[in-house]
Design a protein around this ligand. Structure first.
Ligand SMILES: N[C@@H](CCC(=O)N[C@@H](CS)C(=O)NCC(=O)O)C(=O)O
Length: 206
């Protein structure tokens, strides 16, 4: 299998961590895809993902799967793993909802990055950036108040939340997330897993 990725992307990291946790990483080769808003990578759009986003997986039979949550669902099924409860399990909706929350927080932080790092300064909208950070902080407050959701065996929402925090740390330093002590102490222990150590975010040129 081939995974189109970028080394700084929290969504691509989610898939890389999941692959390691599922014992599939040896079956996946990584290929960097440069996808930057405003610089249309038409080759990638035509051949891989019309949205021009990473990650995207090319499976062994050639099918292309994109969307980090969909790729993780595919890999989990391939490996017979437990990162997602099976379709018949009542717990599935809890895990998927937690994952949708963490995924939305990743969307918000990437939006902040594009707004503050890529958009021309004269076009920036500070109130909108504050609003994205507020969504991230609301999500962190929710996980902090529902610490039981972070207990137990690793599931896909834990991976997504860990990738969100890793990206915030990488691009923005603390930025206030250490105000959430339950999440912070859980994250520190998550970072000791080899799947997280092996996939720390980095700039493409590093
Ligand atoms: N919903 C997608 C989001 C992926 C995403 O936003 N990836 C970013 C990199 S972190 C990207 O490819 N950005 C380029 C663009 O949107 O043009 C997923 O879960 O995979």
């Amino acid at each position: 299998m081939k995974l189109y990725y970028a080394p700084q992307s929290p969504f691509a990291r989610k898939v890389r961590v999941a692959a390691i946790e599922l014992g599939l990483s040896d079956r996946i080769t990584l290929e960097y895809a440069k996808v930057v808003p405003g610089l249309a990578n038409r080759t990638y759009a035509d051949a891989v993902n019309p949205l021009r986003q990473v990650p995207a997986l090319v499976a062994d039979d050639g099918k292309i799967i994109h969307g980090s949550a969909v790729i993780c669902d595919y890999l989990n099924a391939l490996a017979g793993g437990n990162l997602l409860p099976p379709p018949t399990a009542s717990d599935r909706w809890r895990v998927l909802t937690n994952d949708a929350l963490a995924q939305g927080m990743c969307d918000a932080v990437i939006a902040v990055r594009y707004e503050t790092g890529l958009r021309p300064p004269e076009l920036r909208w500070p109130a909108w950036v504050d609003d994205q950070w507020d969504k991230i902080r609301s999500g962190l407050a929710w996980f902090n108040d529902h610490g039981d959701q972070l207990d137990g065996p690793l599931d896909i929402s834990h991976i997504t939340l860990g990738c969100l925090l890793g990206y915030v740390e990488f691009r923005f330093g603390d930025h206030g997330w250490t105000d959430f002590p339950v999440v912070t102490s859980w994250y520190r222990s998550l970072c000791r897993r080899s799947s997280f150590e092996l996939t720390r975010p980095a700039d493409p040129s590093a």
